[in-house]
Unconditional design. Structure first.
Length: 76
């Protein structure tokens, strides 16, 4: 079960400037990734031409192929 805030004034996706505590968010999504899939994600920024998504994955979990028509960012 998730305890993170839903998209609203507390967690906007479109603000001009956004600051994130990635350690806190990663720890939270990591704890939630204990399900059968072994991974979890949260959208941090949603713009017309780019979305920033933080994903956490447990060892051995897999992502299925998927297509996107917009730029992506990846940090490992």
């Amino acid at each position: 079960m998730t305890t993170r805030p839903h998209i609203n004034a507390e967690r906007p996706l479109h603000a001009h400037l956004q600051v994130f505590d990635l350690n806190h968010i990663a720890a939270q999504t990591w704890a939630e990734a204990a399900g059968a899939a072994g991974h979890n994600a949260i959208t941090l920024r949603k713009a017309t031409n780019l979305r920033v998504v933080l994903m956490t994955m447990h060892a051995g979990s897999q992502l299925h192929d998927h297509d996107t028509f917009a730029p992506i960012t990846l940090q490992v």
